[in-house]
Each structure stands twice: as structure tokens, then as C-alpha cells.
Design a protein around this ligand. Sequence first.
Ligand code: ATP
Length: 140
Amino acid sequence: MPTIKLEVVSPDAMVYQADISMLIVRSIDGELGILPHHAPMIAGLLPCAMRVKLEDHEELIAVAGGFMEVQPDKITVLASAAETAIQIDPIRAQKAYDRAKKRIEEFNSAPSKHQDIDMNRAHLALERAAARLKAVSGKR
Ligand code: ATP
């Protein structure tokens, strides 16, 4: 089966490295599936649980956002933060999710009273937390 090298790099570490069959990511242009020998490209990534397909199983990697560079034999994901399922603290992710959701609900219930809430920031925090919870649950 043809494979392509995947490297996921965060500011702190090389998070993941493997020869994979396919990568599915959420980019700013929508969902992208990358197979071996894909044409070179660069894409901006949104918070997501990336699906990494290997020969006989699939893994989920949480990505907070960043960039992906594709070459025919290698995919490099440069993420602002990224974790494999085992690296994720689910309690922390759930707290971040609840915090962001509460902010969004507070704002929506009385926007004029909550001008201090940055909704874009709250939505991104919610999406990062949702991606972590998805990666840790193993359910896509
Ligand atoms: P929090 O509010 O819990 O910090 P966040 O979405 O604001 O969440 P980020 O800014 O995306 O966090 O990440 C900051 C650092 O913390 C990164 O190194 C990231 O890998 C790590 N991190 C964030 N959430 C978790 C988690 N639930 N489990 C493990 N590491 C995490």
C-alpha cells in the first residue's frame, strides 16, 4: 500500500511522525483528504481532530490550528498546538469547553452587557476543546 510521511510539529516538540496512508484535516477551505503523491500545496488549518489513516487502523490527533505543507512524499503540519490522544488531559479539555460555551451563552443572552467577551476567541477556544475531546474519545 502506498504511504506518505507525516510530521506534526508544535512549537514545543515533534508531536507525531509516521508513514501513513491518508490524512484528513479541516482546512480554511473545507475538509481535505491527502493521499500519497498529492500535488504540492499549502493550507491553513482550523482546530480539528485530524484523522490519520494507517495500514490497519486510524488515529486522531488534535490540532489547535496552523499550516500544512504537502509534498508528494511528505506532509508537514506546523501547529500552534497539537496532541495525540494519549497526551490529552480530558478534564482540562472539558473545562476549557465548558468555559468557552458559558462565555458564548452569556454573550448571546445579553450582548450589550457582555461587550468585554471576544466571541471570535471564545469560538476558537470551543473548537480547540471540542477537537481535543473528539481525539481523546476516539470517535470522529
Ligand atoms: P486551556 O484553556 O486549557 O489552556 P487552550 O485551548 O487555550 O486550552 P492552547 O492555547 O491551545 O490551550 O494550548 C496551550 C498548550 O497547552 C499547548 O502546549 C497545548 O498542547 C496544551 N494543552 C491545551 N489543552 C490541553 C489538554 N486538554 N491536554 C493536554 N495538553 C493541552
